[in-house]
Ligand binder design. Structure first.
Ligand SMILES: C[S@@+](CC[C@H](N)C(=O)[O-])C[C@H]1O[C@@H](n2cnc3c(N)ncnc32)[C@H](O)[C@@H]1O
Length: 477
């Protein structure tokens, strides 16, 4: 019989957190190697400069992982978290770190990745573009409805009055557990009021929430989109059962309580999971889309369309990309991973021609509509996996690019795509990235033909570890 080992977990006492590492973890460097310290849900949350006791939770060949069990002294980079859900919610995990320090850490992360992973020659990296405001900056939030225990109204004070219905975010790592949110600092008004109205209405009218384990219940998700630039608001409810009475009651309530909602929709999803990209959206009231403005452009955003979630910072980022594209009106620009074509359309008036490529067909359809809505006739969009579509034949058919703007997902570009860009040999490549580790890897390959001429980090998501980065590459002669 094998005996269970009861070895005491390894602990380190009174160590100082050095800095932040990838994915929002912190790092401690010891003589025995590095330790990555998690900021666990429900834990105290650590910050660089804290003096802490650590419990090792995992040992790997190259590093160890740990959680902080006790904080002896708090670092000067700390500030008071603003949200009551800090430590339990998975969002805004850096709100205990001062914003100027968050920016410093993000800037450092860009420098570290580009130098250590990319190993390319770099010009001085520009100061990171800070976000203003740093709260209520998101234009889209998706809440999950679930059975929970939560007070719906301030005046309810006894345990018996507690609402068993939650509308909030998934508890990190738990597909079936939802954290009821009272006030979220991510999306502007009336986002909180709409979410509370749905939870209150469900409570008062006995509407059940979908149970992801038992597959019972009615309300699944609530998606709220707000467009700061036009003040339009879209609400989409996802329900699991075809029950017109329940649905119409709730929709009528929202419609009357929030006349500012310009697009009210629902999705009947009877599948076992909440993903709705393959489901039909029914427009219940208002228009089936909202509009965002950027300079003289109007973008239609449907319930399933992708649009950058921080519209103000997206504008700043696109402006950098367009400036670095160096357009004179004579260039053929390729916008790779174009989504709904926003970057392509943003640069189109200053280019001879723009070609956008993206693999989500619905996004390509949105891009074409947005080109029409804005009277842009020199942009064309094609659907396909970048690796398959960006062939020599494609370039022969649509013309070689003078400039490429590329904005891949977190995984970066497939190596075949990166090599294809080397072969296509545009004069400039503007590489927009939401993951500097994969961007750095790709820059290492592009180094065969290109020099890094400029680097601009952009903070799109304050109080998270995420950082966007724009890199200008110029062809070596
Ligand atoms: C970071 S988003 C960029 C969106 C767009 N540039 C914008 O600013 O709104 C990345 C886009 O790449 C698309 N994508 C991901 N993998 C792809 C692939 N293998 N081939 C083509 N498109 C892909 C995604 O659907 C998504 O729209």
């Amino acid at each position: 019989m094998r005996r269970k080992s009861h070895k005491a977990p390894e602990r380190l006492y009174d160590v100082t957190i050095d800095s932040v590492a990838a994915e929002g973890k912190c790092i401690v460097r010891t003589d025995d190697g590095v330790i990555f310290v998690e900021n666990p849900t429900g834990g105290p949350g650590v910050a660089p400069g804290d003096r802490v006791d650590l419990r090792i939770t995992n040992r790997k060949k190259q590093y160890r992982e740990a959680v902080a069990e006790h904080i002896h002294e708090q670092s000067a980079v700390r500030t008071e978290p603003f949200c009551e859900h800090f430590g339990t919610c998975g969002g805004c995990k850096w709100q205990h770190i001062r914003y100027d320090e968050q920016l410093r850490f993000k800037h450092q992360q860009v420098v570290d990745h580009l130098t250590r992973i990319g190993k390319v020659d770099l010009p001085p990296i520009l100061p990171i573009l800070a976000a203003h405001p740093t709260q209520y900056y998101r234009n889209k939030l998706e809440f999950t409805c679930a059975e929970g225990r939560w007070l719906t109204r301030a005046e309810v004070s006894t345990d018996d009055d507690m609402d068993p219905r939650a509308v909030g975010f998934h508890v990190p790592g738990r597909f079936d557990k939802v954290l009821p949110i009272r006030h979220c600092y991510l999306q502007p008004d009336p986002s909180n009021a709409i979410r509370l109205a749905v939870a209150d209405y469900a409570y008062l009218h006995g509407i059940s929430m979908y149970n992801l384990k038992l597959h019972t219940g009615f309300l699944r998700t609530l998606i709220i989109r707000t467009a700061d630039t036009t003040q339009q608001i879209m609400v989409t409810l996802q329900v699991a059962q075809d029950n017109p009475d329940l649905l119409n009651g709730l929709m009528t309530h929202l419609h009357r309580s929030f006349p500012e909602i310009t697009s009210l929709n629902y999705i009947l999803n009877t599948k076992k999971n909440d993903s709705y990209q393959d489901q039909t959206v029914i427009n219940w009231a208002g228009k089936p889309y909202i509009e965002e403005r950027m300079e003289d452009l109007v973008f239609r955003v449907g319930p399933k369309s992708f649009y950058q979630t921080n519209a103000q910072q997206a504008y700043n980022l696109y402006s950098v990309a367009r400036q670095w594209a160096g357009l004179t009106g004579q260039e053929r620009v390729y916008d790779l991973y174009t989504g709904t074509g926003t970057i392509a359309l943003f640069v189109a008036r200053q280019a001879k021609e723009v070609v956008g490529v993206e693999y989500v067909e619905a996004s390509v359809a949105d891009a074409r509509i947005n080109a029409q809505v804005n009277d842009i006739t020199n942009a064309s969009f094609y659907a396909g996996d970048m690796r398959d579509i960006l062939t020599d034949g494609f370039f022969d058919q649509h013309g070689r690019p003078d400039v490429v703007i590329t904005d891949p997902p977190r995984a970066g570009m497939d190596e075949a795509v990166t090599r294809q860009l080397l072969r296509a040999a545009p004069a400039r490549i503007v590489y927009v990235s939401c993951n500097t580790a994969t961007q750095a890897r790709d820059l290492g390959i592009l180094d065969e033909g290109y020099s890094v001429a400029n680097v601009q980090p952009v903070d799109m998501f304050p109080h998270t570890h995420h950082v966007e980065n724009v890199v200008l590459l110029t062809k070596r002669s």
